[in-house]
Write a protein that binds this ligand. Structure first.
Ligand code: TYD
Ligand code: MG
Length: 459
């Protein structure tokens, strides 16, 4: 087969070269050239008649673009209804996190509602995917399956099956044979995604493309995918925990504030409707160094347990570890405790975690972290029915965080009766007593009795 003509274009200045070279002759940037196909001269750009007709905005038909529910509750929550016809969604995540499982469950759900779905597996064999579907207990007749990697074949399968929804697992393993670049390279990912996006828009077919992420969390194929598609979902979680979090990084059909929570079980992914109860299930009340913080992830309030352990250090530079928390904020809070609460940590190792494998990086967890540290340092347990939320300032002052009412309502729902909040926090809520404090020093005295006396007695 004769190869289609390809050129190399510089990603920085746009200059083109007939052959790959290490350095662009236009801008002299190194390693910026990416292969691309010389565009076929078709479509409106080539001077053809426009296929779309402009309409007054109120007359544009929006019914045809109603989302189709995948029947996977937490996925529909993040997509805000489901997959929109003609839309292209990227599902990104680290290997082994459960992307193929989520995709299969979503497609099976769509297929049971009567939509024709095509699952193109470019990584696993069709048998493997069938076995997984059997394990998940779902083999709907409307779900078609094919194992293929060449893009022209994938497009031919779409032509023959005429699906309402197509899924390609993954975009890094399909390739366009006329490009000489390896599958997964920027040139290949861009070309394959571009052609699939066009096929989706032309047929009003929803597409889901699985994308691998690199170690630092970005989608492989330097973000080219994110610009091309309508929705980017990110599937995260700690490999050693069963909890999985699904977020929309970009969503053209709704907000990106929804968080989906799943648990990986023997029977696939199951939604976690009440995550706060799950996170607090194994909490042991009465332990020094533990406190519950109501945090917000997008719009979703979550109660998490913040734990601290403070132990005498045997090394000149004591250890500071923060799991699920920002290490910069930990350092800041230790500094504020030393400076404004007169609680020394320089001879102590400090270990902090957010139990359950959730990442909490928002400032709303500052006060809880500070109180967990103080409680561990003094050996005094925080009362069981108490939560804390607020941001700690460098002067030792407490600042309110947004949506305090929502956070406290979630705490009240789970049976907490008292909340330590900054003095400026508005309102009082039914079911929970609000304890206002202006400074971290006051908060520590309130929660851990008199810490200065305690630590003097201890040392
Ligand atoms: P997979 O969906 O293949 O991940 P990805 O496509 O993101 O690479 O699944 C990842 C892991 O999930 C795999 O190691 C096995 C586990 N798993 C279960 O625990 N239960 C199940 O029902 C399934 C299907 C997978
Ligand atoms: Mg997979």
């Amino acid at each position: 087969m004769a190869r289609a003509k390809t050129i190399y274009r510089c990603g920085a200045c746009g200059a083109t070269e007939p052959k790959w070279t290490g350095r662009c002759s236009g801008c002299e940037g190194w390693n910026t050239l990416v292969e691309e196909l010389v565009e076929r001269a078709t479509g409106p750009a080539a001077g053809g008649a426009a296929s779309a007709v402009p309409l007054p905005i109120a007359e544009v038909d929006s019914e045809a673009w109603a989302p189709a529910a995948t029947q996977v509750g937490e996925l529909d929550r993040v997509l805000q209804g489901g997959l929109v016809p003609g839309s292209v969604t990227v599902l990104g995540g680290e290997p082994g996190i459960g992307k193929s499982t989520l995709l299969l469950q979503g497609l099976a759900g769509l297929a049971t509602t009567g939509l024709r779905c095509l699952y193109v597996t470019a990584e696993e064999s069709a048998q493997q995917v069938r076995l997984r579907a059997e394990r998940l207990g779902t083999l709907p007749p409307n779900l078609w399956l094919v194992s293929d990697t060449a893009l022209p074949h994938v497009l031919a399968h779409i032509e023959s099956v005429q699906p309402d929804v197509v899924a390609v697992d993954s975009i890094q393993t399909v390739y366009e044979p006329s490009l000489s670049s390896a599958p997964g390279s920027v040139a290949q990912v861009r070309e394959c995604a571009h052609r699939l996006v066009r096929a989706s828009k032309d047929r009003a077919m929803a597409s889901v493309l699985v994308g691998h992420v690199t170690k630092d969390g970005a989608l492989a194929g330097p973000r080219v995918l994110e610009h091309l598609v309508d929705t980017v979902l990110s599937f995260e979680g700690e490999r050693h925990h069963a909890l999985r979090l699904l977020r929309a990084v970009k969503h053209r059909f709704g907000s990106t504030d929804e968080l989906g929570l799943f648990e990986m079980t023997d029977a696939g992914l199951s939604g976690v409707p009440d995550p706060s109860a799950l996170f607090l299930a194994d909490r042991r009340p009465g332990t020094p160094g533990s406190i519950v913080a109501p945090v917000l992830d997008g719009h979703r309030p979550l109660l998490v347990e913040v734990q601290a352990l403070v132990a005498r250090s045997a090394i000149p530079t004591p250890r500071r570890s923060a799991q699920g928390l920002d290490s910069g904020r930990l350092a800041l809070i230790i500094a504020v405790l030393q400076q404004h609460v007169e609680m020394p940590f320089q001879d102590h190792d400090v270990h902090t975690v957010v139990a359950g494998g959730v990442k909490t990086v928002e400032p709303g967890a500052d006060l809880a972290l500070a109180l967990a540290l103080a409680s561990a340092r003094c050996g005094v347990a925080v009362p069981d029915d108490l939560v804390a939320c607020g941001e700690v300032g460098l002067g030792g002052e407490l600042r309110q965080v947004h949506q305090t009412a929502r956070r406290l309502a979630e705490a009240a729902r789970l049976g907490f009766r008292r909340a330590v909040v900054p003095a400026s926090a508005p309102l009082s809520l039914p079911g929970i007593d609000v304890l206002r404090v202006a400074t971290l020093d006051q908060a520590v005295r309130l929660v851990c009795a008199d810490p200065v006396e305690q630590h003097r007695a201890a040392s």
